[in-house]
Ligand binder design. Structure first.
Ligand code: AMP
Length: 193
């Protein structure tokens, strides 16, 4: 199963991906997680990405396409993967097409979690509060200022990715406003088809 999960920040992509990891025994490839790990480790990519990420902007297509191209060739992705947070621009979607074709891989599904934008800020605030309650560290970009920039990046650069796949007839859309279990069921249903 090779799957893309699309949707704005706070849509629940990470939550749903974690469940699909268990179900299909395939890894969740989150470019956000990989970039945060690179920042933490102080790698050249991390050093380049940190300021943009903290402000809520998008890291260059070249960096994230390079990360994904390498990552999907790793052994644990041999039976498939879930892309979470990638592609985030039409250029990334086109680069993904090209690199999958080169590697003789095909996508099985592209699913968008549709959510009401007004609900997103409160979801992000909830995520930050839960992280604090669990003794964790809140993401540097989970604050209202950076969130505004992230949402704008989504509207301008990432929403066209859904339109791109829709125009190819490959996009499946589910209602991400429902309770987590119902979203999971809807996701299972579209993946079974
Ligand atoms: P996320 O964890 O998916 O919300 O990503 C956190 C941040 O990492 C984003 O706000 C971007 O700065 C950066 N990032 C993650 N994935 C991408 C991507 N595919 N393209 C560009 N920047 C990305």
């Amino acid at each position: 199963m090779r799957l893309i999960l699309l949707g704005p920040p706070g849509a629940g992509k990470g939550t749903q991906a974690a469940r699909l990891v268990e179900k299909f025994k395939i890894p969740q490839l989150s470019t956000g997680d990989m970039l945060r790990a690179a920042v933490k480790a102080g790698t050249p990519v991390g050093l380049q990405a940190k300021a943009v990420m903290d402000a809520g902007g998008l890291v260059s297509d070249e960096i994230v396409v390079g990360i994904i191209s390498d990552r999907i060739e790793e052994k644990d992705a041999a039976n498939g993967f879930i892309l979470d947070g990638f592609p985030r621009t039409v250029a990334q979607a086109e680069a993904l097409n090209a690199l999958l074709a080169r590697k003789h891989m095909e996508l099985d599904a592209i699913v968008e979690l549709k959510v009401d934008e007004n609900a997103l800020l409160s979801r992000i605030e909830k995520r930050a509060a839960e992280t604090v309650a669990a003794g964790g560290t809140v993401r540097a970009d989970d604050n209202p200022d950076a969130f505004k920039v992230r949402l704008e990046a989504y509207r301008v650069q990432t929403a066209p990715v859904s339109a791109y796949y829709a125009s190819k007839g490959t996009l499946k859309t589910i209602d991400g406003m429902k309770p987590i279990d119902e979203v999971s069921k809807a996701l299972d249903a579209v993946l079974a088809n």
